[in-house]
Design a protein around this ligand. Structure first.
Ligand SMILES: [Zn+2]
Length: 401
């Protein structure tokens, strides 16, 4: 077999594997002298030969509020839509507090607190058991979406959640990509559907920030093929692909989000995952300039920021008052290492923000889980670190800095 034949065979294998949603296994071929043996992508684990500075940052330089974590989840989800108030819990609070103390994390914000009885239970289990260490957000109760008075029911639910102790509202990408007119079937509901307008206003009136995740990385909306920079990630999680079918484009979703930001100027939005457009900081910059009520977090996107360190550093300089630290940390989230809650995850975030180290892993994983690249630290000043680590989040949450 010559090299061209081998490449053709490999691409056919990749095509067949794509249809099955798996990464192809190595073809059984013995190495031939003078020619490297075929190697499956998933088996490729190159070790960098660079000799560069490696800084271990076991604790953040200043106390941290992690604005984006997931400690509780809906006990029943159908086609991406939470259908019950009841919760499941990723971990009891005590083991989390031990890691938090080691890593200098003052507070974790559990965004997915749900609503109703499940929300009250979550707040009792974390926030009330460890005052100051946990903060919980509420979520929309889509199970009532088809009720004729949903608009009012939802606005009232925000007020009730506030009384129960919720400190903000979380929007999962359910809105825009999963919620449909008949909840799980029918036409997709648009992010800027006017039936949610009283909900956004209620958050503004009650001083509850909205942590909003809409869309996803741009590569998730493209074919899972050899040109896709997240090919391996999408192969491991084929359900994360929003390519084709009736899904809107990323641009359409972000434009709909922008119309909400414009329509509700008194409501503060923390647009998660670097404004849900970490690949295009030019666009995020334009949005931050246009919408004074917009803020961003970093969760699960240091892989994007850290491979454009000069642009990212300028971004932090310019928007130092509007960026909060978030990680998406999920206890036992081992199948997505970029957000698994553990000591190593936080050490990577701190190294990225505090050092000028070069070419290091963005996730605690042998193979980079989101794409085959490494990152560079952006060496922020102490003033900016304090703001990003806790001052900006404290202001959003009405806590003492
Ligand atoms: Zn998240």
């Amino acid at each position: 077999m010559n090299r061209r034949d081998w490449l053709r065979g490999a691409s056919m294998l990749a095509g067949a594997a794509l249809q099955r949603g798996v990464v192809p296994a190595a073809p059984a071929e013995a190495p031939v002298k003078g020619r490297p043996c075929a190697l499956a992508l998933e088996d490729f684990q190159p070790k960098s030969m660079l000799k560069v500075k490696e800084t271990h940052v076991p604790r953040a330089k200043f106390p941290v509020i992690d604005f984006h974590t997931h400690l509780s989840h809906s006990a029943r989800t159908v086609n991406g839509v939470a259908m019950v108030s009841a919760r499941t819990y990723a971990s009891p609070p005590a083991p989390l507090v031990a890691v938090m103390d080691r890593k200098n994390i003052r507070t974790m914000v559990n965004l997915t607190g749900g609503y109703g009885e499940g929300l009250r239970e979550t707040i009792a289990k974390y926030d009330r058991a460890y005052p100051g260490r946990f903060v919980t957000f509420t979520e929309p109760c889509y199970e009532f979406w088809r009720e004729p008075k949903y608009t009012q029911i939802q606005a009232d639910a925000i007020a009730r959640a506030h009384q129960d102790g919720a400190r903000g509202l979380k929007i999962l990408k359910t809105l825009g990509l999963y919620l449909r007119e008949n909840i799980t079937t029918g036409k997709l509901v648009r992010v800027d559907d006017p039936r949610f307008d009283p909900m956004w206003d209620a958050c503004g009136q009650l001083g509850m920030p909205v942590a909003i995740h809409v869309a996803d990385p741009e590569a998730f909306f493209l074919p899972t093929d050899r040109f896709n920079e997240r090919y391996e990630e999408l192969s491991h999680h084929p359900d994360w692909s929003f390519y084709g079918r009736d899904f809107p484009t990323v641009a359409e979703i972000l434009e709909a989000r922008n119309r909400i930001l414009a329509r509700h100027p008194k409501t503060n939005f923390v647009v998660l995952h670097v404004g849900n457009h970490a690949e295009d900081l030019g666009d995020v910059t334009a949005c931050l300039d246009r919408f004074p009520n917009m803020h961003v977090d970093l969760a699960a996107r240091i892989g994007e920021l850290g491979r454009q360190p000069r642009t990212a550093r300028k971004f932090f300089d310019k928007y130092q008052d509007r960026i909060v630290l978030g990680t998406d940390a999920t206890p036992h989230g081992d199948s997505y290492p970029q957000q698994v809650f553990n000591d190593r995850l936080y050490e990577i975030y701190y190294r990225f923000l505090e050092t000028d180290d070069e070419y290091f892993d963005y996730a605690p994983s042998d193979i980079p889980p989101q794409g085959r690249w490494r990152i560079y630290g952006i060496d922020l000043s102490e003033t900016i670190l304090r703001k990003v680590y806790h001052e900006n989040a404290a202001r959003q949450l009405g806590m003492n800095a």
